[in-house]
Design a protein around this ligand. Structure first.
Ligand code: ACO
Length: 377
């Protein structure tokens, strides 16, 4: 056995891997800050495009700067025709996150200029953020037999995402709700997918490779995807009077209740507070408060029984479901927002580059004799 020079921090828990000025999470006070701005202020007053600008450039845009960015993002929605054809050839039964990962990787083949590492990658950051809804729309529309996608430049990022996926423009309230969801998912410090993107960028690989790594990492159910399982729980519970019984039975079997608990937040996730209100507002507008009432009841039981607080995933699925977004597109919608954060972190990595290469504690044998292949049993 070889003695390691340092102890092992499984899952890199509590390890501070780098300095960043993009995002701060105050887990004790339940605060989330992007570039100095509280998420509650941004959710109340800004738009996803404004937040993307903030993450990429480190400051809020002026009116002219925001208008310029919106115009550019709208122009960048168009898919290369060859990529649209490729997406059409993918199996209709494919996992949309697999489609997204493959399409992001292939997009780089059509845009070699944009894939060069370095500060010029801001063009790639904008391209990827603009085009992700088009990739998802191209795939989902074909598998659902909807008309082909046309990019509608007059639509905001949030409204275009709804249009791309559902072939209808959202109501003002729906567009606002999705815009808030995109704002609050846009970054979250060194979460697993952002870390994966930074590891890839730290080898001086290109932005598209970094985002491909990130999409593959977000796909895992321990990262993206908990909101989908929350909706399954609601279907299982059915009516609020059954919440107590179903949740208690799960806890007795030591099952985790999705949408609760967090590695960093020790109080309520501020994103859950914001989305709870939007779940109620969208539910009221649709005349369907069933999800909201069920979730409130589940919250009450889980807090009483385990002292756990909700995280961002508890209410997001209810907002998306009320809008008619299919469950298997919840994680891709998350990606369509987090791509702003991934790309901001990759740009920061290029500015302050240091190859990310931790060590492993070796726990295997050493000095084993080499047995010729013919003598092995
Ligand atoms: N349901 C039931 N019990 C839970 C839950 C939960 N959701 N979360 C934590 N606990 C319990 C654990 O069983 C453990 O109890 P014990 O000490 O009696 O064994 C205790 O709380 C601590 O749990 P850990 O796993 O050590 O806490 P950690 O901080 O590592 O976990 C995590 C964070 C993975 C998010 C966890 O709370 C969880 O699995 N939640 C459900 C999945 C989920 O909602 N994920 C979305 C997170 S937000 C995001 O990624 C966008």
């Amino acid at each position: 056995m070889v003695d390691p020079p340092v102890g092992v921090q499984r899952g890199l828990e509590d390890v501070i891997a780098l300095e960043s000025r993009i995002c701060f999470i105050d887990g004790k006070q339940g605060r989330l800050i992007y570039e100095g701005h509280d998420i509650r202020d941004l959710a109340k007053s800004s738009t996803f495009e404004e937040v993307a600008y903030l993450l990429w450039y480190g400051r809020l845009p002026t009116t002219a700067q925001l208008a310029g960015l919106k115009e550019r993002l709208a122009l960048l929605r168009e898919l290369p025709p060859a990529l649209a054809t490729r997406i059409d050839s993918m199996p209709a039964t494919a996992n949309p996150m697999d489609v997204l990962r493959t399409a992001v990787s292939e997009l780089a083949l059509f845009e070699p200029e944009e894939t060069r590492p370095g500060p010029s990658s801001i063009g790639g950051a904008q391209r990827l953020t603009a085009v992700l809804p088009s990739i998802l729309g191209q795939f989902h529309r074909r598998r659902s037999g909807m008309p082909r996608l046309v990019t509608r430049p007059h639509l905001s990022a949030a409204a275009y995402l709804v249009y791309a996926l559902l072939d209808r423009e959202p109501t003002e309230l729906e567009a606002h709700a999705l815009d808030v969801a995109l704002i609050i998912h846009a970054d979250h410090e060194l979460n697993a997918s952002t870390f994966a993107a930074r590891v890839t960028a730290s080898t001086l690989s290109d932005l598209y490779s970094a985002v491909t790594s990130a999409v593959g990492t977000l796909k895992g159910p321990l990262h993206g995807g908990a909101n989908e399982r929350v909706m399954e729980l609601l279907e299982e519970i059915g009516t609020p009077d059954r919440a107590e019984e179903v949740v208690k039975a799960k806890l007795a079997r030591h099952e985790r209740i999705m949408g609760f608990g967090h590695r960093v937040y020790k109080v309520e996730d501020p994103r859950a507070t914001i989305l709870r209100e939007w779940s109620r507002r969208v539910g009221e507008a649709k005349g369907n408060l069933r999800y909201y009432e069920l979730l409130r009841k589940v919250e009450e039981v889980v807090h009483r029984e385990k002292g756990l607080y909700p995280n961002v995933d508890l209410y997001s699925g209810s907002v998306y479901s009320l809008m008619g977004i299919p469950h298997d597109l919840f994680t891709p919608v998350f990606a369509a927002s987090r791509v702003a954060g991934w790309t901001a972190h990759v740009l920061e990595e290029y500015q302050d580059l240091r190859l990310i290469r931790p060590m492993a504690k070796y726990v295997g044998p050493i000095d084993l004799p080499y047995v010729p292949i013919g003598e092995r049993r």
